[in-house]
Design a protein around this ligand. Structure first.
Ligand SMILES: *Cc1c(COP(=O)(O)O)cnc(C)c1O
Length: 340
């Protein structure tokens, strides 16, 4: 895609090939110095560990254009740290925080023209990822890896932000108690695809997963954490070892407490207490917060009447966090990394 042809105001959440991506290869126990490449294709051996045994992980973050023309990213150090945690879990080599952040600066600067203009609601999505590129036949970690970071301009994740989502409680499980739910591994998404198609076939937008051990507690959806607001304006956030530690959710908890003076509870949330909540939202980098209208669990439908609207707590959280991300509201120390 030629950048002059991009219709910024009507961008969807899809892949648009940009100019350059960052690539570094790992071999003989160390990473090479890395470089930018015009080539969007990956060529690897047919027996690469990623292809046979799904040894791959990823991250996702965004760069925003500010009112005064700078380009900033939001808490990228946390993406770097989370990727390190994921790599440890998948027996992959670590790509250091310093290297991650300088690769980020490099790739965003190289694709400056693809950062959507301020005020369009669009942003530049950045996708760092790593995979086992070395060939393995028996089950074992690869000896060679590739780290890449590409960018794509994106619009809002859900087409109509004003429409509340309808979720269903999945009969499938996402993550086992001592499994991989808390790391950003591709395998967590591969197993969610069938469940997602079943949810769509039944007329729902997304699945809510329960804790696999007891199937009584709310965990999260396939690709976003879930948050609730109770009648007394408390922000309630499910806590579990198998929930992916969303940077958006962690930031919203801070914003709720420090900027909006909300009471915040991070704890077990059981399915049968959903009646106590008046707002529900999904949070993640892609959508920031998406309001949820209903959660259906077999023949029970839980309604969150107040999720949408200017006066909702979720709207205040959304406006404050996006204000911080675009530098219109003062950010806590260290949250904004200015690239240009
Ligand atoms: C990436 C992801 C999220 C959101 O995390 P952010 O850091 O806020 O983007 C939530 N749940 C799952 C399963 C994820 O993979």
């Amino acid at each position: 895609m030629i950048k002059e042809k991009i219709d910024w105001a009507n961008l969807g959440f899809g892949y648009i090939q940009s100019g350059k991506r960052y690539i570094s290869n790992y071999k003989d126990g160390c990473w090479d110095s890395g470089c930018l490449s015009e080539d969007a294709n990956v060529v690897i051996n047919e027996c690469a560990c990623v292809l046979q045994y799904a040894q791959t992980c990823f991250e996702g973050l965004k760069a925003y254009r500010t009112k005064d023309g700078h380009i900033v990213t939001f808490r990228p150090d946390l993406n770097a740290e989370r990727m390190i945690d994921t790599c440890k879990k998948l027996e992959m080599p670590i790509f250091s925080k310093e290297r991650f952040l300088s690769a980020l600066d490099e790739v965003v600067k190289a694709n400056e023209d693809f950062v959507p203009p301020y005020g369009t609601g669009a942003s530049l999505y950045i996708r760092p990822y790593m995979f086992g590129s070395g060939a393995v036949m028996g089950v074992k970690p690869a000896k060679e890896y590739q780290f890449r970071m590409f960018v794509s301009p994106v619009g809002p994740y859900f087409k109509s932000a004003a429409k509340a989502l309808n979720l269903c409680v999945s009969d499938f499980d996402r993550a086992a108690p001592k499994g991989t739910g808390a790391v950003k591994a591709g395998l967590n998404y591969a197993m969610s695809l069938h469940a997602l198609m079943v949810a769509h076939a039944n007329g729902f937008d997304e699945n809510v997963y329960l804790d696999a051990a007891t199937r009584t507690k709310i965990e999260e959806t396939g690709g976003a954490n879930i948050i609730f607001i109770s009648k007394d304006r408390t922000l309630v956030v499910p806590k579990s070892e198998s929930i992916l530690p969303s940077i958006t959710r962690r930031s919203l908890v801070y914003v709720g407490d420090k900027y909006l003076d909300l009471k915040v509870e991070e704890r077990d949330v059981s399915l049968n207490e959903l009646d106590n909540f008046v707002e529900c939202g999904l949070c993640g980098t892609a959508a920031v917060i998406s309001p949820v209208g209903t959660i259906t669990s077999h023949d029970r439908v839980y309604k969150f009447e107040n999720s949408i609207g200017e006066t909702s707590v979720l709207t205040s959280l959304y406006k404050t966090l996006t204000g911080i991300q675009s530098c219109e509201i003062e950010a806590p120390e260290g949250w904004i990394r200015r690239i240009v």
